[in-house]
Design a protein around this ligand. Structure first.
Ligand code: B12
Ligand code: SF4
Length: 463
């Protein structure tokens, strides 16, 4: 039995434009969902994982599979349907799963033979057996998996071409921020994989550098932090020789022992969602723990950096609270916090989030011809109507923010600061140049977007 597992591309996502900017090579990530599915697949299936981000293969020239499984974030949905249509024309059954299939079940149902919602661990074998017996069902609901039943992902199946391997150690988040799909998809309960499973899986990864995909590696409660410490101790003891980056809340910087253990375990960077420079903005987003009274973000960032861990700060522009000037303000605040990189995104209503429900009920979703418009749901396009910012206005704010934070004088100041504090300046320089090179690409993408969607954006907003 032959199985193709496909990660569709979206040419509008900068990470896939490797040819336009060589720095993007460092931003193409392994599709872990498909590697996990492969790990759940019995040996009688011959598996090929296709990651279109590395190039679209000549499907007609490939042998006919018995089943095609497609994963998709919302931004990949359009391409997913094209791939599905190709294989369905050949009479090959197509099953689609992942976040978009779960949040937009009816839309996906119309375009594939079978939809798998939720996590796949409890249903995937059934999908395969039903395919073998020619009785694939229209829908399988995986719900939330038992976290100690997650087998290691097949890290051997994807060839080279990736700068980073990928692993997951926890699922779920209780915080339910209004713009994020994680609580709706993976549940509010923070589920932690057994530490020996994680260490063992780390040893299967070939890449020296690894992305730990957890939404919040350290969780929200003291017992979660204790587990993170135990994990880091076990990783250091296993002498993995890996360098890894992860996502965590700002609380990561509150505990010296945690930081020291993380660094010993190989942590080299952390992605932190600061989201908004103002308390009103944080309240609007429901990002409660960034609101801790008296928190000194600059000191927290410094504490993390002292352990030679880079900090990437993420901010969202377009909140109801954001007025003209927010771009400059965000760049200034990110510089004051002292983050090594700034990742600024447009506020985007993703299906399944509270923000989606709110904006939909207020008629503020401007790009709403689905599925065509999903390709713009990359957080890099202003797809909604914003309270105090027009389409032109919000794009200008974003460009100003990026140009300011990634201006040469600011980059050199950051590199010099790193030299002064004996941190690795080269990594900061490479990271900053990578982002800087994308500013130019983004400006072109915004111009095309305005040209193609601008009239429609304004026309709709006048209704
Ligand atoms: C790592 C990650 C990335 C990485 C790597 C992406 C990749 N190639 O895998 C990078 C940084 C590139 C990335 C980019 C983006 N991401 Co991202 N990302 C994640 C993150 C943190 C983890 C994903 C992961 O690997 N999970 C581990 C695997 C094992 O879980 P899984 O993917 O859910 O797969 C399970 C099930 O879904 C199911 N399943 C999945 N696919 C299939 C297919 C079949 C056939 C079946 C049966 C089952 C099945 O089975 C799997 C095992 O249980 C998630 C948050 C999250 N918790 O999921 C956000 C998340 C997926 N990203 C999100 C977004 C918005 C983006 C971006 C659009 C914007 C951005 N943040 O930069 C871009 C778009 C990229 C693109 N290609 O279009 C949103 C997506 C929401 C949505 N509705 O689309 C999420 C949910 C975060 C959020 N805040 O809401 N992302
Ligand atoms: S943004 Fe982070 S903290 Fe908030 S719900 Fe999503 S994963 Fe949890």
């Amino acid at each position: 039995m032959r199985l193709y597992l496909i990660n569709p591309s979206n040419p509008l996502v900068s990470i896939v434009r490797v040819k336009e900017s060589r720095w993007n090579r460092y931003r193409v990530w392994k599709p872990l969902s498909l590697m996990v599915l492969a790990g759940l697949t019995p040996p009688e299936w011959e598996i090929t994982i296709v990651d279109e981000n590395l190039g679209v293969p000549d499907y007609p020239a490939m042998p006919r599979p018995d089943l095609v499984g497609i994963t998709a974030f919302t931004a990949q949905a359009n391409r997913a349907y094209e791939v599905a249509a190709h294989f369905r024309r050949l009479g090959v059954p197509v099953v689609m799963g992942g976040i978009h299939a779960t949040m937009c079940l009816n839309e996906v149902m119309e375009r594939v033979d079978s939809v798998a919602t939720g996590e796949a661990e409890s249903i995937w074998r059934q999908v395969l057996e039903d395919t073998q017996h020619g009785c694939l069902k229209r829908r399988y609901d995986g719900g939330l998996a038992e976290i100690d039943n997650v087998p290691p992902a097949r890290h051997d199946l994807l060839a080279g071409g990736y700068a980073l391997g990928a692993i997951q150690t926890t699922r779920g988040c209780p915080m339910n921020c209004n713009f994020c799909s994680v609580t709706a998809f993976n549940g509010a309960h923070y589920r932690q994989r057994p530490i020996p499973d994680v260490v063992q899986e780390f040893q299967l990864i070939r890449e020296k550098h690894v992305l730990v995909v957890d939404d919040n590696l350290i969780g929200t409660r003291p017992e979660h932090i204790a587990r993170a410490k135990d994990l880091f101790r076990a990783m250091a003891q296993a002498n993995l020789r890996k360098q890894w980056i992860a996502q965590a809340t700002v609380n990561f910087g509150d505990d010296e022992e945690l930081l020291s253990l993380a660094a010993k375990a190989g942590c080299r960077g952390v992605f932190i969602g600061f989201e908004s420079p103002s308390p009103e903005g944080l309240l609007e987003l429901g990002k409660k723990f960034n609101l801790l009274k008296g928190r000194d973000f600059r000191a927290t960032v410094r504490r993390i950096q002292r352990h030679n861990i880079l900090v990437v700060g993420s901010f969202i522009i377009g909140l109801d609270n954001d007025k003209p000037g927010i771009g400059k303000h965000t760049a200034n605040v990110a510089s004051q916090y002292g983050v090594d990189n700034l990742n600024a995104m447009f506020l985007t209503p993703l299906p399944g989030t509270r923000l989606w429900d709110q904006m939909k009920s207020e008629g503020r979703i401007a790009l709403d011809t689905f599925p065509e418009d999903w390709k713009y749901y990359t957080l890099t396009f202003p797809v909604a109507r914003y309270e105090h910012l027009s389409l032109d206005g919000i794009i200008e704010e974003m460009i100003f923010c990026d140009r300011d934070f990634y201006s040469m004088p600011r980059i050199l100041r950051r590199v010099w600061g790193n030299l002064w504090r004996r941190r690795k300046p080269l990594i900061t320089l490479v990271g900053n140049l990578s982002y800087r090179s994308n500013v130019r690409l983004n400006c072109k993408a915004y111009a095309d977007f305005k040209c193609q969607q601008g009239k429609r954006h304004y026309a709709v907003s006048e209704v």
